[in-house]
Design a protein around this ligand. Structure first.
Ligand code: CUA
Length: 177
């Protein structure tokens, strides 16, 4: 660590070492390549999520999710409603201290618009075992268009530390045939 100024105060006029210059050029070109690969992977690699993001009042979001859950509820599991989302339509999940609510039932091969938001503070939406990670903030609504390709039980893990109950904040999505 430098605790005194460089001997030559006008250091930026000095010739850059050849080796250093080579690394600067490599890093620059790599960064440029990765920038364009982001767009390519989005279009052809299907790796990046096609998300839409809107501002929303947490209270309004809560009402929407509750109305959705009430309308399409098919059962209960661990004191939480299990909601069968309408195929091809809007489906909702909300994050709050310390739960992902409600439990969703989706159908394999159908496309859904999944809405996600938080009512209190930052939470994480980490869909397991598939590797999808989204930061969820209050006041911001994410809409993800997704089509489950496999049946089974999926877990939503909160991966942003949100306090004493963080480790218990686990949601569920059932995908049926
Ligand atoms: Cu919610 Cu950690």
């Amino acid at each position: 660590m430098a605790i005194s100024p460089p001997e030559q105060r006008i250091w930026w006029n000095q010739k850059v070492e050849r080796g250093e210059l080579v690394w600067i050029v490599i890093a620059f070109l790599w960064g440029l390549l990765m920038f364009f690969m982001m767009v390519y992977w989005h279009l052809y690699g299907k790796q990046n999520l096609s998300g839409e993001v809107y501002r929303i009042d947490p209270a309004v979001y809560e009402q929407r999710v509750e109305a959705f859950a009430e309308k399409y509820k098919i059962g209960e599991e661990a004191d939480m409603p299990v909601v069968k989302a309408p195929p091809g339509g809007d489906t909702y999940m909300l994050a709050r201290l310390w739960q992902w609510w409600p439990i969703l039932q989706l159908q394999k091969g159908q496309t859904y618009r999944l809405h996600l938001s938080s009512l209190d503070w930052q939470h994480g939406f980490s869909l397991q075992p598939v590797n999808i990670n989204i930061q969820i903030h209050p006041g911001i609504e994410h809409i993800i268009t997704l089509t489950p390709t496999e049946a089974g039980d999926f877990t939503v893990v909160c991966n942003e530390f949100c306090g004493i109950g963080h480790h218990t904040m686990v949601g569920r999505i059932h995908v049926v045939e």
